[in-house]
Design a protein around this ligand. Structure first.
Ligand code: HEM
Ligand SMILES: N[C@@H](CC(=O)c1ccccc1NC=O)C(=O)O
Length: 294
């Protein structure tokens, strides 16, 4: 394949340095026979040979790259979420804030990424869809770990990973661990706010249940931000994160509707009807409810 950045012939203007002289004067490293190059460091041989379209459709490359880049961003998101949750558990809020801000920005990045996929029309997708078989984003183990890390626990979502014990172990660990929100509530309790034991020492694999008492604890924070500044900042960082996640879910369902309408999903769900139900998920319910009651 021709390189799109191949050197162009130098112009006639004697003041214009030739491409060769620029590289020479900058003393750029040119010999990588005995040192680590860009591609070596980034494992680009592995990354850039992992796009293997199954169909003759032109647009399958877009579909693959879109999903692979999303999975890479999810990998970083999980890295940051785990670290942020651990910092909160150790009362180290400043590093946690930085990580949570990064997670929200990654989510925003994924929201904007839908614009690229939305350039694919229904006939373009129909040309490759039969080649997907029964595979679906529903089976993304990293996505499920993110949902669990954010507190959206559902035992049924472990099943698609039963055929891969290595992945099931990862997803189960996220399912059983305290979520980011669980650790936030334990922090509030350590600061003397009246969070009930039902919400600090619960079975963390159960779906989260909203509580009036927890809302009262957050209300105390939001009624006196000066006194509880870091907890107030935590509440707003959680709000930013859920806000961005809601936008991602919305762009997903809208993109799916414009591409496949109301067809059933390859993963076996009703498709748009399933994704619309997911729009009703509330990760941090008391943080939203307090705004009405403040
Ligand atoms: C044309 C593009 C897409 C279509 C038509 C589509 C369609 C669907 C459908 C119908 C479902 C429901 C499960 C099923 O029955 O298959 C689903 C779930 C899912 N998709 Fe997509 N999707 C698309 C792109 C993407 C992209 C780019 C991602 C990013 C990684 C993604 C991630 C997911 C995830 C994580 C789920 C599970 C959601 C949940 O359980 O709440 N999808 N998708
Ligand atoms: N569920 C989609 C298929 C799909 O989108 C998909 C298939 C394989 C790998 C990733 C996918 N993306 C998100 O669900 C469909 O029903 O067309």
């Amino acid at each position: 394949m021709p390189c799109p950045h191949a050197p162009q012939p130098a112009g006639n203007d004697p003041a214009t340095p030739s491409p060769e002289s620029i590289v020479h004067e900058e003393r750029a490293q040119l010999d990588f026979s005995r040192s680590m190059s860009y591609g070596d460091y980034l494992q680009l041989d592995a990354v850039l040979t992992a796009q293997k379209p199954l169909s003759p459709a032109h647009d399958e490359m877009l579909f693959i790259v879109q999903h692979q880049t999303s999975e890479l961003w999810m990998k970083l998101m999980l890295h940051e979420l785990h670290a942020a949750t651990a910092h909160i558990a150790r009362d180290e809020l400043q590093p946690a804030f930085k990580m949570l801000a990064r997670v929200s920005k990654i989510m925003e990045q994924l929201v904007h990424a839908w614009d690229v996929l939305a350039t694919m029309t229904p006939p373009e997708y129909s040309a490759m869809r039969p080649y997907l078989g029964q595979s679906s984003g529903f089976q993304s183990y990293q996505y499920r770990c993110i949902e669990f890390a954010l507190g959206n626990k559902n035992a049924a979502m472990l099943q698609p990973h039963a055929h891969r014990p290595d992945l099931l172990t990862l997803v189960r660990a996220a399912y059983e661990a305290p979520s980011l929100y669980d650790e936030a509530l334990r922090l509030l309790a350590r600061r003397g706010l009246p969070v009930p034991a039902s919400h600090t020492a619960r079975d963390f694999s159960l779906p989260y249940e909203a509580s009036d008492a927890v809302e009262q604890a957050w209300l105390a924070v939001y009624r006196d931000p000066q006194k509880y500044w870091d907890l107030y900042q935590l509440g707003e960082e959680l709000t930013d994160l859920e806000d961005a996640f809601r936008l991602w879910r919305f762009r997903h369902v809208t993109t799916v509707e414009r591409v496949i309408g109301f067809k059933r999903g390859t993963g076996g769900t009703g498709g748009v009807s399933y994704l619309r139900k997911m729009l009703d998920v509330v990760l941090f319910p008391e943080i939203w409810k307090l705004r009405t009651d403040l």
